[in-house]
Design a protein around this ligand. Structure first.
Ligand code: ZN
Length: 180
């Protein structure tokens, strides 16, 4: 930070405090050359992040929407709420550090699935059924088979099929649909 009086590039911080709202940090500095004092403010830059939906509309990235979908997909699975929060933190961090301002919703769905897969097969398949908008049972079966193939023992796939069937409904919409 250049000194506003003499343009010297080095200064030392002599006092630092948060603003009342905690959104900015005020720093009192002293120029190392002319010794005059000046103040700087530091704040987090707000960068909007947009999800581009299939039909092309933009929507601001909304953690709570993704969380809602995950909660529905992981119903009765042994995933702790903190694991879902951590999943979204990780996702948001990757999106925000990518420097991209617009991300297709499909890509976000795939990123969620990639992170959901190690946590629960059932939740993964339920979530996949919504984000990949399965048109028919064959597509659903294909996803379960792919999953089972990666997991080796064959018994596993039957378990997933029986746990998943009856819990999902095919939906054209963005929100996971349920049947009970
Ligand atoms: Zn100076």
């Amino acid at each position: 930070m250049k000194c506003p009086y003499c343009s010297h590039p080095e200064s030392k911080v002599i006092d630092s405090r948060d603003s009342e709202t905690g959104e900015t940090i005020r720093r009192r500095r002293q120029c190392e050359s002319c010794l005059k004092r000046f103040t700087t403010y530091e704040r987090v830059e707000y960068v909007p992040l947009y999800i581009v939906k299939k039909e092309g509309q933009r929507e601001e990235f909304d953690r709570s929407k993704i969380l809602k979908g995950l909660v529905i997909a992981s119903k009765k699975c042994s995933i702790a709420p903190s694991q879902l929060e951590a999943l979204i933190d990780d996702l948001e961090n990757e999106l925000r550090t990518s420097g991209r301002l617009e991300i297709p919703s499909r890509e976000i769905g795939e990123m969620v699935m990639e992170r959901l897969k190690p946590l629960s097969d059932v939740a993964y398949v339920r979530f996949a059924s919504v984000y990949r908008s399965f048109q028919d049972v064959d597509q659903l079966r294909k996803t379960i088979e792919e999953l089972a193939h990666q997991r080796a023992p064959k018994r596993r796939s039957r378990k997933v099929v029986s746990e998943v069937s009856g819990n999902i409904a095919f939906s054209e919409g963005e929100e996971p649909a349920e049947t009970q």
